[in-house]
Design a protein around this ligand. Sequence first.
Ligand code: ASP
Length: 238
Amino acid sequence: EPVIKFFEGITDMTIQIVIMAMRLAPYGVFAIIASTLAQTQSTELLMALIPFSICVVVGLLVHVIGTNSLVLYFLAKRNPIDNFKKMKAVAITAFSTSSSGATMPFTMKTAEQELGVKKDVSSFVIPLGATINMDGTALFQGVSALFLANIYGIDLTIGGQLTVIVMAVMASIGTAAVPGVGIVILTMILVSVNIPPEGILFILPVNNLLDMCRTVVNVVGDMVCSIYINHGEEKVSK
Ligand code: ASP
C-alpha cells in the first residue's frame, strides 16, 4: 500500500505539472510567434499555416475515405458507403472530444450493434486500435515534420524522408489516445532528423483543429480494422 500511495502521489504531481504547463502554453506560444514575427518582419510564417492545415486535412480526407473504402470493399467485402453512414455518429463524437480513448466505449458499441462485428473481436481490436492504430496522427506528424523542415530550411534527403515515415508510424503507436498528445510526440520525429523540436510551437495555433480531424481518422480506422478482422474470423469459422 505505501508503494501504491507513493506512485499515485507521483502521478498526481505529474498531472499538476502538466496542467500548469498547459496553462502557460498559450502565453509561451504567443511570445515565440511574436518574437519570430518581429525578427522576420513578415507574416509569411503565420500564413504558411493555412496551406499546411489544408494539406493535412486533404491528406486525412483522402486516407479516411480512399484507403478505408478500399479495405472495406476489397478485403472485408462490404459496401463502404453503407458502413461509413453507420460510423457517422462515432466520427462526430471523436471530432468533438479529440480523444480515441474517450470515444472508445461508443466505438465498441457501434462496431457490435451497427457494423455487425462480433463482441470478442470488437472487445480486442477496438481497445488495441485506440492505443496503437493512429493513422491520422501518423499522417499529421509526417506532414508536420516536412513543414518544419521547410521552415528551418533543412533539406531532407530521401533517407531523411524515409526516417520521417518510419518514425511517424512508430511515434503514432506511442501516442496516447487523448487530446493533443500527437504534437508532443512529434518532437521525437523532429529530433531523429535534426529538426529543432521547439518547432512544434509554430504548429500549436492550429493543433486543436487538426487534432479533432485526425482523431476522426484514428477512430474510423479502428472500426474498419475490426470489420476486416471480423470478416477474416467468419471465413475461418465457416
Ligand atoms: N487526439 C488523438 C487521439 O486521441 C491523438 C493525437 O493525435 O493527439 O486519437
